[in-house]
Ligand binder design. Structure first.
Ligand code: DQA
Length: 147
């Protein structure tokens, strides 16, 4: 069965307890459970990875090329800082969706710029963990349109 990578970056392991007024009370485990169920509805499987380290995220994107048909990426703060992540995404011929739990555009100015948006097929932000389901739907639709 084709598979998607659900890749979460720094501090997303703390969801549920981290700034709940911004990120809500859902946890990383909730994201992983939701992603599994939603992917199954499209006859897809998921691999879920989280790392606080930029290099591990770059490695995961590079490795995704041989294992997965698409990536949902919440790069956390590296979104706003990492040329290395951008280059990794640009280097693999895979559809990647940028995702944020919070609405980054309603927050501090430094969160308004993303190094990765230009090399992603789309961006979902502000819908809490529901966004992961939306991203999986979007990747599934794209896979049907661009087999
Ligand atoms: C985030 C938004 C980022 O600005 C922040 O650094 C995060 C989480 C989000 O999911 O809303 O760590 O990516």
């Amino acid at each position: 069965m084709p598979s998607l990578l659900i890749l979460n970056g720094p501090n997303l392991n703390l969801l549920g307890t981290r700034e709940p007024e911004i990120y809500g009370s859902d946890t990383l485990a909730d994201i992983e459970a939701l992603s599994k169920v939603r992917a199954a509805e499209h006859d897809l499987t998921v691999e879920c990875l989280q790392s606080n380290s930029e290099g591990a995220l770059v490695d995961a994107i590079q490795d995704a090329k041989s294992k997965h048909c698409g990536v949902v990426l919440n790069a956390g703060a590296y979104t706003h800082t990492s040329i290395a992540l951008r280059d990794a995404i640009a280097s693999v011929d895979l559809p990647v969706i940028e995702l944020h739990v919070s609405n980054v555009f309603a927050r501090e100015q430094f969160r308004h710029y993303s190094y990765i948006s230009e090399v992603c097929i789309g961006v979902i932000c502000g819908f809490g963990i529901t966004g992961y389901g939306l991203a999986i739907d979007a990747l599934a639709a794209r896979m049907e349109a661009v087999p």
